[in-house]
Design a protein around this ligand. Structure first.
Ligand SMILES: [Zn+2]
Length: 225
């Protein structure tokens, strides 16, 4: 059973008071997906991770706070268009607006995460084309983050493993394979090596589906003698 709480706050962009439903903090049991999506029950709380001010459309994890410059970005045509873009599920639009904000304010790593989260919402809606668009955007933003010396995750090789999965699930199999090959050529940590070898097999099978880290570890092939 999920217990609900409410967050009452004042929108930091327009000053309107708003109230959001939020689930109790929950953990998760089981293995993460290869793209870091957590298992249940945390998995299903995604709809509450980013909130939308019903008055001005400001989207943020906490609309009571806004980064410098957010009020200007919220007015941009690109932002307004995304807010109600019909090709994406509504909650995906909320994440994508937060992603646009982060991107415009010079935080591509955060923007990449938000775009990945939008993809997960599309997955839940079984909306394949928008999911691929979100993953492609996340991959581009991840590379842009690297370009400015930023990483999405601290663990060695974690960003590369994420990029490989983003590209594979976006259907960019050749690009995904190139990333995997490069990482495997560089003597990565054992977990990353397992994941990358698993990715190679998925790519070879043109498998664009969701798989978990546990599967990657289980499917380790015995070393040839
Ligand atoms: Zn507002």
């Amino acid at each position: 059973m999920t217990h609900l709480r409410y967050l009452s706050t004042t929108c930091a962009v327009c000053g309107e008071s708003c109230r959001f439903t939020i689930p109790e903090a929950t953990g998760s049991v089981g293995s993460r997906d290869l793209d870091t999506r957590p298992p249940e029950p945390l998995r299903s709380t995604i709809y509450a991770w980013v909130k939308r001010c019903p008055s001005c459309g400001y989207c943020a994890p906490d609309p009571g706070k806004s980064p410098e410059g957010a009020a200007e970005v919220v007015k941009l045509p690109r932002y307004r268009e995304q807010l109600d873009a019909r090709r994406f599920p509504r909650v995906a639009n909320t994440f994508l607006c937060w992603s646009i904000l982060q991107e415009d304010l010079g935080a591509p790593a955060q923007a990449a995460w938000a775009s990945l989260h939008a993809a997960w919402v599309c997955d839940d809606e079984e909306d394949d084309v928008p999911a691929r668009i979100c993953r492609k955007r996340a991959a581009d933003l991840l590379r842009r983050a690297w370009g400015q010396g930023d990483r999405l995750a601290v663990q060695e090789g974690a960003d590369e493993a994420l990029l490989a999965d983003l590209l594979r699930r976006a259907g960019r199999l050749r690009e995904a394979r190139a990333v995997v090959k490069e990482v495997l050529g560089g003597n990565p940590p054992p977990v990353i090596a397992d994941i990358m070898r698993f990715q190679l097999r998925l790519i070879a099978a043109s498998d664009r589906g969701r798989h978990t880290v546990a599967e990657a570890r289980r499917s380790k092939q015995p070393k040839a003698v």
